[in-house]
Structure formats: C-alpha cells, structure tokens
Design a protein around this ligand. Structure first.
Ligand code: GTP
Ligand code: MG
Length: 432
C-alpha cells in the first residue's frame, strides 16, 4: 500500500482532544466527555500512551482548525510543554483540517475514525476482514494523499506551474483508485463464496439468529457460553472482526444457528461500515437478532441507540429483536434495574459470566421461532427410515417406536418439512 504520510513509527505521547459546542446538532458536554473517555480506551487498545486529554468548548466549530485561534494556541502550548508527538481528535477532521493542524503543530494529527480503522487493521485475521479493512484505509486516505507530498511542493516551489508534488499526488491517486478497484473485485469474489456457503446452509431449513451490539457488550461471551465455541473474548474494543456461526439446540429441541458479529461504536467510520457490509450481512439475513447490551455501563441506552442506528443503515432494523441486558452481576444499585426495565421493556436480564437469566433468554429465543416450529405425531411407513433421519437432522424427535404398522413418533421440526410429513400424520389419540 502507498504510504499516505510519514507517521512516527511509535507514538509515545498522545494528546486527545474532544471539541463540543452548545449548538443543538452537536453532542452536549456530558456526551462529549463520554466520547473522550471512549477515545482513551480506543487509543489504549492501540497501545499508545495518553499523556494529555482536553475537552474544549467552542461557540461553533471553526473551518480551519475546528476551534478558534485562541484555543488552537492553548492546544499548541500543551503540545510543547508535554512534548506530545501525536494529536488525536475525537471529532472527524476534514482532510484540510488535518493538514492545517499538522502544519501548525508539526506533530502527527489523526482523528477517531483513523484510530478505529487502525484498530480494525491490527485485529483483522481472515482474508475477508483484511481486504475489507484495507479498502476502508484506502478510501479514507484517498482525499488525504496531499499530506505526504507537501514537502515536495515546497522543494519545487515553482509559482503558477504544477509542482512536482502535485503531479506525484495525481499519480498516487490513480494508483490508489486502481488498487481500490482491485480490492473491491477481490471482496466481491470472497463474497460470492460466502453466498454459496450460505445457500448450502439455507438448504438445511435451520433458522438463524445474529448476536449484535455495541463493542465489548459480551456478544462473543454469549456465543461461547451457549455453544462452547472457541471465540476470542477480551476486555478490549473490537475483539471480534469476523463472524462465527455455531448451532445450538434450544430447550424445545429446536436447532438454531447463532452468529457472533463485529461490535459497533459511536461515530463508526462510514468507510468501515461500507467495507464490512458483507460481513454484517449476516445480521441482515438472520431470522431475528439478539441485541446484547452491557447493562452495567452508565451509557447503556446510548450504546443501544447507536447500535440501532448502524443496524438501520444496514437495513436490518426491521428485524425482530430480542434484547439481552448483560453483565447484571456488575449492577449493585437496585434502582438501576428499575430504570433498565423502564428503558428496555421486554428485555431479558442476564449475566453470561454467572449464567443468570440464560434459561429465560433461551425461552425467549424459542418464542421468536414459534412460527418456525411445527410439532406433531406421525406414523411413518416401516420403510421410510429416510424421513426419520431427516427429522433427526433438522428437528427433534421426542419419542419413537417401531410397530407392526410403521414407525410412530412425536417430533418438532421446521415448517418446510411439513409438506413431506403431512401425509403421515398419526390419527388423533394414537400413541406408541
Ligand atoms: N462482569 C461481566 N463481564 C462480562 C460478562 N459477559 C462478558 N463480560 C466481559 O466483557 C468483556 C467483553 O466481552 P466479549 O464477549 O469479548 O464482548 P463482545 O461484545 O464480543 O466485544 P467485541 O467483539 O469487542 O465487540 C470481556 O472481558 C468479558 O469477560 C458478564 O456477564 N459479566
Ligand atoms: Mg466479540
């Protein structure tokens, strides 16, 4: 990949800045403080030491530096005094603002979007995830290519004529665009393989649910608890970037495919959402969603809303959603439960760690599938072992008995099998 800019190999002293204003359309002080705290965790996830943090209020965002010149001077003074080598904004910077700040401060300047893309880049393991992150990186860097070449511009210095730097940028843009096209083609290829895999899965009439939610809510922990799947669980943001699907059996015997998905966060870069659409499609295609919320977090409701917004942008907001309020082991004020019950009517309270509420959650999952299960008693002709095998594979056989007139059984199964089985329904009152 083309190096967009020279970034220090190791950032050792970062300063984080969140800017807010009292304008109606911008987040207030409380939310901005929360965003700043979250940025501290995000930057920490990259292993970058945070030396200074600053919450800055402005009357209105300014075009050149987001803040006015007075505040910019203040920030500069801190950069100097604390020997900061990287300035990280929570607010999205336009390519021009980023350049302005780099010129003004002489240190590397990045924003939340870039931090998140970097985390994704470090965590991507599978080919698909790597391709998707690379695409997001390139899309993000395309309008920012100019930064790397300003020094060449200065060297050429010609007045009026196009400098060496500018020509170089044009060449680079073309190269980057070409590379973007290539990546898109590769992703499309991986995607078509996925579609084929999904089709083969769909041939099995198994219902499926996707576990969605804010990052660090406990999605992977839930999948692991239910299925024993060996998925990565970490007290870090964006532990999961790839989807994992496992089959579970609900207490009714109904099989269900459960898929763990990538977590969401406030101000998730659009480039990333676009790039990860293929992966997130799992959520769109599921029969229903299990939305896991970290109920012990003071901003639980806000995180819930953010997740719903991202789901809406993926077209998955019309799905039926089961809300699981997780980590209740960490709630020690009884009043909090009251608030949560009010904020999330119908939600199931669970602690994946302490296994509380999991049977309730399983029951609720079963209810979600009520229209997907049929149960009944059947008398199969003695030679139709194939139907019995089919039922064992896709449903649950509670009772079966070999009799002179055939195989008698009671079972639950997906409605798709009904047409095949209907002719063999056992007469009322029949029993093994
Ligand atoms: N106290 C407590 N911690 C939990 C519970 N469930 C999960 N955790 C912890 O929360 C952290 C995040 O868990 P994960 O399962 O990785 O969360 P995730 O939603 O998959 O996160 P991402 O993949 O980053 O989006 C881990 O440190 C878990 O051990 C719970 O019920 N109680
Ligand atoms: Mg996870």
């Amino acid at each position: 990949m083309i190096d967009v800019k020279e970034r220090p190999k190791m950032v050792e002293r970062a300063m984080l800045v969140t800017i807010w204003s009292r304008r109606d359309d911008s987040p207030g002080e409380h939310e901005s403080r929360g965003l700043l705290e979250e940025l501290v965790s995000l930057v920490g996830t990259l292993g970058i030491p945070v030396i200074e943090q600053m919450l800055v209020r402005v009357p209105a965002p300014q075009p050149k530096y987001l803040v006015g010149t007075g505040k910019a001077e203040e920030i500069l003074a801190v950069i100097k005094d604390s020997r900061i080598d990287c300035l990280i904004f929570d607010n999205a910077l336009s390519p021009a603002q980023q350049r302005n700040w780099e010129t003004l401060s002489g240190v590397c300047v990045i924003d939340r979007q870039e931090v998140i893309i970097d985390i994704f880049a470090r965590r991507a393991r599978t080919r698909e995830a790597r391709l998707q992150v690379e695409l997001a990186q390139l899309e993000y860097s395309l309008p920012r290519l100019k930064r790397a070449w300003t020094h060449l511009d200065r060297q050429a210095g010609g007045i009026g004529g196009r400098g060496e730097g500018e020509r170089q940028i044009e060449t680079d843009r073309r190269l980057v665009r070409k590379h973007i096209d290539k990546l898109k083609a590769e992703i499309a290829h991986v995607r078509s393989t996925r579609a084929t895999q999904r089709k083969s899965r769909e041939r099995l009439p198994l219902p499926n649910a996707a576990i969605v939610g804010y990052t660090n809510a406990g999605k992977s922990s839930l999948l692991k608890r239910f299925t024993g799947a060996d998925v990565l669980i970490e007290d870090k943001l964006f532990a999961t970037l790839d989807t994992t699907t496992r089959k579970i059996l609900l207490p009714s015997g109904q099989p269900l495919l459960l898929t763990d998905t990538v977590g969401f966060i406030r101000n998730l870069p659009h480039d990333l959402v676009d790039a990860f659409k293929a992966t997130l499609e799992e959520a769109v295609l599921a029969d229903f969603l299990i939305h896991v919320v970290d109920a012990s977090h003071p901003l639980a409701l806000e995180f819930f809303n953010t997740t719903n917004e991202v789901l809406a942008s993926l077209g998955a907001d019309t799905k039926r959603i089961l809300v699981a309020l997780n980590k209740i082991d960490r709630i020690d004020t009884p009043g909090r439960f009251e608030v949560l019950r009010h904020q999330f009517p119908g939600a199931v309270f669970v602690s994946v760690h302490e296994r509380t509420g999991l049977p309730d959650l399983e029951r609720a999952m079963g209810d979600m599938l009520a229209d997907r299960i049929v149960s009944g008693s059947f008398l199969l002709p003695p030679d139709r072992h194939d139907l019995l095998a089919l039922l064992h594979r896709h449903g649950k056989v509670f009772e079966s008995a070999y009799r002179d007139d055939g195989i008698f059984l009671r079972a639950t199964f997906p409605p798709k099998l009904l047409a095949i089985l209907e002719p063999f329904r056992a007469p009322m009152g029949a029993h093994p």
